[in-house]
Structure formats: C-alpha cells, structure tokens
Design a protein around this ligand. Structure first.
Ligand code: NAP
Length: 456
C-alpha cells in the first residue's frame, strides 16, 4: 500500500492505509459540492466560525497527542510538533476574528454609478500537501477556505497519512459537516481525475517543483485556478555590520529547525570574504551542539530525516558538491543510530559553478559562499531559479531593508531566520511557485470577486 506511516526513528511500519475507492472519491466530491451550493452566497458563516473556534480548542486540548502522530509519521521533534499544533490553533483564532472583515463586500469607486465586489466562495478545492509540516500545511489552506465557504478534498503526502487523517477527523469532531474536508488516499492518476471533475474549482499544492509542475499542468489543462507553494534555495546574506551575537543565536535555528526540512530554511549562507572563518566557526558551534536521538525524547535536538529516500537524496547531493570542489568544514559522517539521521554538515569553498548551487538541499546541510562586494552578494542571492525567502543580517536596518528589496523573492526577513504567522503572507516567485497562503492574501486566493455594477 502506498500510504504508510514508516517511523523514521525506528524504521518500523506503524500503519498502512488502502487507497480510496472511486465510490469514496465520488462521495467526497458530491458532499463537498452540496455544501458549496449551500454556502456560495454567504450562508452559514456563523456556523463555520463556531466550527473553527472549536477546532482551535480541540487542537489545544489534544496538543501532545496530535504532535506525537506527526513525530511518528515523519520524525520531527516532539517539541517542534507541539509548536506546529499551537500555530494551527493560532490560525483558527486569527481567521475567526478576521472572517467578517475579509468577506465584507467592497465598494468600488466609479463616477458612472454604483459598483461593489461581493466576496463569494468558488467551489470545492483540491489540496495536495507535503509531509514536512503535516498539520500546518493542511491548516493553512483548510481554515481560511472553510470560512470562505470552499469545501476541500485533501491528497496528503503518502508518508504522513496518520496525521492527515487525524487532522480531518478533528475537523469533523469540531462540528464541520461531512464533505467540508475529506482526506483521500489517492494515486497521481486519481489526482488528475479529481482535478478534471467539473465540481473542482481550484487546486492548491505545496511541494516540490516536480509535483508542482505535474499538478499545475493538470489544473491548467482544465482551466482551474491553482496556487503553488514550492521549494526554495534561500539565501542568508550576512552584511559587514551584522550583530555577531544575534547572528550566532540565529544560524542554528535557520538551518536545523525541522532537521533542515523547511522550504524556507536558510540554505545558502553568503558572507563577507573576511568573515568566512569566523562565520564557519559560528555555524560549527551551533551544529556540534545537537543531540540526535529519539524525536519523542524531549532532550533530543536534531530529528532524523523523514525517510530513507530523503536521506539518500541528500547524501547524493553532498557527494556531488564534494566531487565539484566543495570542502567539508564539518560533519558528513555516518551517524550510528538506526533512524534516518544525517549529521549536520557545513560545506565551504563553494561558488556559483558548484553543481549544487541551484539545488534545494532538504536537510541539515549549510552551504557557505563568500563575497567581496554587496552587489556581488545580491547578484549571487538572485542567481537562482527559486525565489521563496531570504534573510538579510545587518545592524543598519534601513540599509538591510534596501538590500532585501533588491532580492527577487516572495519573502525577506531582516535579522531573523524564516517565520510563518497567521497574519503574514507566505509564498514565492520564480520556480518557488505562485499565489500566497495565510493572511488576507491567502484568504482571498479562492474567492470569487463578484462584481455588481449599476450604471446611473
Ligand atoms: P512532493 O514530492 O512534490 O510532494 C508534495 C505532495 O505532492 C505530496 O502529497 C505528493 O504525493 C504530491 N505529488 C507529487 N507529485 C505528484 C503528481 N505528479 N501528481 C499528484 N500529486 C503529486 O514534495 P515533498 O518532497 O513531499 O515536499 C517537500 C518539498 O515541498 C520541498 O521542495 C519544499 O521546499 C516544499 N515546500 C514548500 C513550501 C512552501 O510553502 N513554498 C512549504 C513546505 C514545503 P506523494 O507523497 O504520494 O508523492
């Protein structure tokens, strides 16, 4: 069976799930479409807000239980998984508070009469989601769209089926009517069939370029709107005037959180030539502190990677970098534990000709590049087919902002590693995808901006 929980710490298969049948898919689409018909002109918002309020309560009540499911599915540290549950609960609070405001009709100024925009639901959506944040990825598309009135069918990653099912069960337990969010265990071919179904109004995907290309192509073929939240190769530019204490306190989190498996993990550290040795020492200090082990043990600070396949892919990329001239300044040694652990690794002597320069390394591997002039650092950051996020570290905030504004990217963080909050939009440009999730931007991605015009 394709959908399995294989615990990346023990390598044991803990759960297996049979694929959804054609009848189950049909039932999900029919129930979703029926709800859309009830909700599309704005009815039922108060009831949906009550469901999301209850969902937030349930998430908080079951915090550790839910977190453990994610840890067993894809290996993340229990504390990080609990933080993820908290973040999802905060999305509930935010969108319940904001739904009326975001859905209020918007008057349009015209000298020719009266015009306004109604914000209406669009229809049933398909969400295709990855494994690296099993709850958060579903929450960030489900919660706003449910409030809008867009029911959802979910195709989650095949390696985190237990958490996907648990999230959907929690939504029903919170009082959502059947069809609001249906988890399906479907093949890629079935995903294509679902996209083609006339009841599906749009598709949101978070994942790799490979998955994004395939799903966006299907959506395009059937003229369905899509949003794509894809990979990143984020630059972390250290300016000459960076606060070194703050920098030292940030670099570990920036690269190692979630075992380095974050689309917006800082992947390319771009530092002034003269600061290279000091910076590498700083990274080493952070990387050598980690304690690998059972991710359910709260003293563990670095989790295994999500799967054997993920570990093998990362090792191949590191080997390729070394073959291309990179030096291992730290790490890249086998880890004597049964799980899918990858030792935190620092690669130096890299340049823009390195075979991995334009690749996403999805794990605890830092690439260190050097620059002579700031213009060179900005050009290097921009020399990427990705454009998801980036960090600029410098004490002169105005100047750091000016540097950030020159990066071709969807998100910039100043003196901070990546961040994701309910009220802050998330998304990229170039091959990191299109569209935004979270905030009002994410809330309105699948809204029908229905114009009503009365000429005088
Ligand atoms: P992935 O292989 O693309 O998988 C993502 C989802 O797409 C999974 O549910 C996967 O199903 C499905 N999928 C893949 N190919 C498909 C196809 N041809 N047809 C239908 N469904 C398909 O990505 P991943 O490795 O799980 O996730 C890691 C990637 O996600 C990284 O590149 C990361 O940077 C990116 N990411 C981006 C964001 C963002 O907001 N920009 C956030 C988190 C992660 P299966 O599991 O069954 O293959």
């Amino acid at each position: 069976m394709a959908y399995k929980t294989v615990n990346p710490y023990t390598n044991e298969v803990e759960h297996e799930y049979a694929n959804s049948t054609a009848a189950e898919i049909e039932a999900a689409l029919a129930a979703g479409h029926e709800l859309y018909q009830q909700w599309r002109t704005g009815a039922g918002l108060a009831e949906r807000k009550a469901v999301i309020t209850r969902l937030g309560e349930l998430l908080r009540e079951r915090r550790t239980e839910m977190a453990e499911l994610m840890t067993r599915d894809m290996g993340k540290l229990i504390g990080e998984a609990e933080g993820e549950v908290d973040l999802c609960a905060s999305f509930c609070d935010y969108y319940v508070e904001k739904a009326d405001e975001f859905l209020a009709p918007k008057p349009i100024y015209t000298t020719t009469g009266n015009a306004h925009i109604l914000k209406q639901a669009l229809g049933v959506l398909l969400a295709v989601e990855p494994w690296n944040f099993p709850f958060y990825q579903i929450a960030r598309v489900f919660i706003p769209n449910f409030l809008v009135g867009n029911p959802m069918v979910l195709k989650d990653a095949s390696n985190c089926p237990t958490s996907a099912q648990a999230f959907c069960d929690l939504v029903l337990e919170a009082g959502a009517p059947k069809g609001s969010l249906t988890n399906l265990f479907v093949s890629y071919d079935q995903v294509s069939e679902i996209i083609a179904d006339p009841r599906i109004a749009g598709v949101c995907l978070t994942g790799s370029e490979r998955g994004g290309e395939a799903v966006a192509a299907e959506a395009g073929k059937h003229l369905k709107k899509s949003t794509m939240e894809l990979g990143g190769n984020d630059a972390f530019i250290v300016l000459e005037d960076a606060d070194l204490d703050k920098l030292a306190a940030t670099v570990g989190f920036a690269r190692l959180y979630n075992a380095g498996q974050v689309c917006t993990s800082s992947k390319r550290f771009i530092v002034p030539e003269g600061m290279k040795d000091q910076f590498v020492e700083m990274l080493k200090a952070a990387f050598s502190q980690v304690k690998m082990g059972d991710p359910l043990d709260r003293s563990t600070t670095l989790a295994p990677l999500s799967s054997k396949r993920a570990k093998e892919k990362l090792q191949k990329q590191v080997d390729k970098a070394i073959a291309g001239g990179a030096t291992v300044a730290y790490g890249n040694e086998p880890v004597d534990l049964p799980g899918q652990f990858f030792m935190p690794t620092i690669l130096t002597d890299l340049d823009q000709d390195s075979p991995i320069f334009n690749e996403e390394l999805f794990g605890p591997v830092a690439e260190v590049y050097t620059y002579k002039t700031e213009a060179e650092a900005i050009a290097m950051a921009n020399n990427s087919s990705y454009g998801l996020g980036n960090t600029v570290f410098g004490s002169n905030i105005q100047h750091a902002r000016e540097v950030a504004a020159q990066i071709e990217t969807g998100m910039s963080w100043i003196n901070s590693a990546w961040a994701s909050l309910a009220e802050i939009p998330f998304g990229g440009v170039k091959r990191s995808g299109y569209g935004r999730e979270l905030s009002e931007f994410g809330f309105t991605e699948f809204v029908n901006h229905h114009l009503v015009y009365e000429p005088e």
